[in-house]
Design a protein around this ligand. Structure first.
Ligand SMILES: [Fe+2]
Length: 249
């Protein structure tokens, strides 16, 4: 499937070095928008309104909706290449709650998979990675968590890693929600990032091999619908696993 790719390298070298040195960097949404002035984000954001229920939550909850598709990114290419859809598997050692059995998540519809905004965002976040590779496997997860009166954990696994090389955790939409502080820690449990993403396209990029990430529970702030939409991008070198989960961060 042909999708437009980003045409420029825009991530500051300092931030790329920060991912290499520390293992994480926080990218403000305003900065993301400034780097991608032609980004038409509306259709991608609206596509979250049509996510099917995640039927695999261990608690039987109906508060999480999601889709998942796999792509190949090649440096300099004008397109992302979509890979065949497959059942999703994570080992129990990586995901004690939802690992150890195959999970079926509906694929992104063609209109979303081919949306130039998706390719532009993938390209920008890859530009912030300290990599030499010219090819990466990319898992794209769209996840909506619906909040109610009682707190729910967008990532019920708690603080965790997902078994990838790098992960980008991107806020798409946050409405009528309190909580949801994103946390990244290093292997010694030192806090590297602690931020509540409020603005669309606020993002955190992490080295998933060296860090742990999580998010505090969310609940409804007031009457009416309450939701938190996240785009999770898993980046893996071709020698690594192309499966695994961005499990709801
Ligand atoms: Fe995760």
């Amino acid at each position: 499937m042909a999708v437009a790719a980003p045409v420029r390298s825009l991530c500051p070298a300092d931030w790329r070095r920060e991912v290499a040195r520390v293992g994480a960097v926080h990218l403000p949404g305003a900065w993301v928008r400034n780097q991608l002035p032609a980004l038409d984000f509306g259709r991608l954001a609206e596509s979250f309104d049509a996510l099917p229920l995640d039927r695999h939550l261990h608690d039987g909850g109906t508060y999480r909706r999601r889709r998942f598709s796999r792509f190949v990114w090649e440096r300099g290419a004008t397109a992302l290449r979509r890979l065949p859809h497959q059942t999703f598997f994570q080992s129990r050692s990586v995901n004690p709650l939802h690992g150890g059995f195959p999970r079926h998540f509906a694929p992104l519809p063609t209109s979303t998979a081919s949306d130039p905004a998706l390719a532009q965002l993938v390209g920008l976040f890859i530009d912030c990675l300290p990599i030499e590779e010219d090819t990466l496997w990319v898992n794209v997860h769209q996840i909506r968590v619906l909040a109610g009166e009682h707190p729910v954990g967008p990532a019920p696994e708690g603080i965790h890693s997902d078994g990838h090389d790098f992960v980008a955790i991107v806020l798409v939409r946050r409405e009528n929600v309190v909580g949801g502080r994103s946390i990244v820690r290093d292997a010694a449990e030192a806090e590297l990032v602690s931020t509540t993403m409020e603005s669309p396209l606020d993002a955190v990029v992490v080295d998933d091999r060296r860090t742990l990430h999580g998010v505090t529970p969310i609940r409804r702030a007031g009457p009416g619908p309450a939701l938190r939409d996240m785009l999770l991008l898993d980046f893996n070198r071709p020698t690594g696993s192309s499966s695994g989960s961005g499990s709801g961060s």
